[in-house]
Ligand binder design. Sequence first.
Ligand code: SME
Length: 149
Amino acid sequence: MLPTSPIVRALRAAHVHDASRAELLQLACDRLRGLGAPYTSVYAYMLHDGELVLEAFAGRETEHTRIPVGRGVCGTAVATGEDQNVPDVAAVGNYLACNLETKSELVVLIRRGQTTLGQLDVDSDVPAGFTEPHHRAVKEIADALAVLL
Ligand code: SME
């Protein structure tokens, strides 16, 4: 088991202390990235009127601050309702590149019941960086955010 529970505990503690939505999303991005490889950069995109809007990130800056549903790996996750674990971003036709270093990507939806609120998008410089335990770890954080936001 990867050390994710401390992140969820930190989110709950911050929420109890009246942390804002922006602070909770920033905390999730910072702490996930703080785990180190394969978490190179972490982005919190939240859904606003059919568009994913970047509300927080940790790591490399991205030019993709707004992504329409259906575009890229991020938009595909929302359109299909499925998390996306992409071992090789170069093999994906509609991938939206942020930089040349990213090799793999994991997108985990933040869902409250049937409603998609947004997603955590993690880039990795490691090829095929994300295993099922990584997916479960990020999902635990996404599920916590769904309740706390
Ligand atoms: N690669 C994503 C775009 C977001 S950046 O990785 C931060 C995509 O294909 O949707």
